[in-house]
Design a protein around this ligand. Structure first.
Ligand code: ZN
Length: 459
């Protein structure tokens, strides 16, 4: 039996993100099975027929967006619970709630987060280790049809975050088991990486071992890299070097590493990250909400200048309150212009690259996703430009980065499968799921006893 074919026909613009960054006006895309087979002018492809034809008149087509760091397994059930000013008291509360979640709660919460991600155009994303019930959640990934990277969060050092302190051997075994069991699941739509939580809360042995596992299984590794004064000082005192040099000495700063957040590094460290071809997933949405001083503490322009592979994340639906990659794209484009008083900083084109092709490269996946080219996976998004926020349209990149957002996403295709059509997810009853997660969130908060009153009276 031959593979099903789909044609995206007559798009207003196709923003290909291919090596020459072509933007095709009046374009069409042909998909065979899970792969793109042709991308070109609509009139040149007029004779190509397909089993399914999607009329893309008035649409801007982009590659599916790539979110290199966010947590889908717990945050949605308790989203918006925490006041802004918690500071260091924030994460211990988060992990208290997360640690108490049941399998059913995690499943529904994950599915809701995935629904939000797909609806607003993010087709590939990393949940960096906070999913406990991978077996159950695999079902959510299958239903939704997303491209996802998961793993086991491990740490073996005492920490103030309420994260369980694992025995080192046990942490290594858990990391190995997750990779061996789930990497490549669902026809390759699920990748599993090793995911030590931070360098600060993991022993050198665990950091070395988790990197070695990634190497031996030909997969990757990621950790939270949000270096505060305490950790920077400890590296200086105990190892006589910076946190990045410390990782390098352990053999963990390699092309297989994706550093999440990447806050609190020096220019020398940015150079070292680039030299080692390690990758970075920055989360502007979380940084600005957390008061991180992003334009000073996150050296995005410098990392790009030195040639590092950089992509974007959003972090969890609690520390940023959203998962929309396009908002991170917007922030990357505007923050540095403001903070550095330089309109040349992070042009709109670069920002869009960060959310697509550069983001894919930061996950070691740019041979599969991140651009619309023959041979690549058919992960793409159709934005409906017949909406007020898209008018008037003269430069699709400027419009995408500065004035549009996920609200205008009409259709989303992942690996050749249509998962969102006319802005509605096809794999789930969204209002029912929202109500279910609200109920589960209420129950979880009550059970754990973590709650915060609202500053304004709810009467
Ligand atoms: Zn995180």
């Amino acid at each position: 039996m031959s593979e099903p074919t789909t044609k995206i026909d007559n798009a207003r613009y196709i923003v290909t993100m291919d090596p020459s960054r072509r933007i095709i006006a009046d374009g069409s895309i042909v998909i065979i099975g899970s792969r793109i087979s042709q991308v070109g002018k609509a009139d040149e492809l007029a004779n190509v027929s397909a089993d399914t034809v999607i009329d893309a008149a008035g649409m801007v087509v982009t590659p599916g967006f790539v979110n290199g760091h966010m947590h889908i397994s717990y945050a949605h059930a308790v989203r918006g619970l925490f006041p802004d000013h918690l500071g260091n008291a924030y994460l211990p509360n988060v992990f208290l709630l997360q640690g108490a979640m049941t399998e059913e709660e995690e499943y529904s919460t994950s599915l809701l987060a995935i629904t939000e991600l797909l609806k607003y155009g993010t087709t590939t994303f990393i949940d960096p280790g906070t999913t406990t019930y991978l077996d159950a959640c695999l079902d959510a990934y299958r239903i939704a049809g997303c491209r996802i990277i998961v793993g086991r969060n491990v740490q073996d050092q005492p920490n103030p975050l309420n994260l369980p302190v694992l025995d080192t051997d046990e942490a290594i075994r858990m990391s190995e088991e997750a990779v061996d069991r789930y990497n490549g699941a669902l026809d390759g739509m699920v990748s599993v990486w090793t995911m030590p939580f931070t360098a600060e809360f993991c022993s050198p042995q665990l950091l070395e071992a988790t990197h070695a596992i990634a190497e031996s299984r030909n997969t990757r590794t990621t950790l939270h890299y949000n270096n505060g004064a305490r950790w920077i000082q400890r590296c200086a005192d105990d190892h006589g070097c910076s946190p990045t040099e410390y990782l390098d000495r352990l053999g963990a700063l390699t092309p297989r590493m994706t550093l999440s957040h990447c806050l609190g590094i020096s220019e020398d460290e940015a150079r070292l990250i680039s030299e080692r071809d390690a990758a970075v997933a920055m989360c502007p949405t979380a940084a600005v909400k957390g008061g991180a001083g992003m334009t000073q503490s996150a050296l995005l322009p410098e990392l790009l200048e030195y040639g590092a592979r950089v992509g974007l994340g959003t972090d969890a639906g609690n520390n940023s309150n959203l998962l929309e990659t396009l908002r991170s794209v917007y922030l990357a484009a505007v923050l540095y212009k403001d903070g550095r008083r330089d309109v040349h900083a992070i042009p709109a084109e670069t920002a869009l690259e960060l959310g697509t092709i550069r983001g894919a490269a930061a996950l070691g996946m740019d041979d599969i996703i991140g651009s619309l080219e023959p041979g690549k996976a058919a992960d793409l998004v159709l934005f409906d430009t017949r909406r007020s926020e898209w008018a008037a349209l003269h430069n699709p990149v400027n419009s995408l980065v500065y004035n549009a957002d996920g609200r205008s996403v009409d259709t989303v295709i992942v690996n050749g499968r249509v998962v969102v059509r006319q802005s509605r997810p096809l794999f789930v009853d969204e209002p029912e799921l929202v109500a279910d997660v609200q109920q589960k969130g209420n129950a979880l908060i009550q059970r754990v006893g973590v709650d915060f009153s609202t500053p304004w009276p709810v009467v």
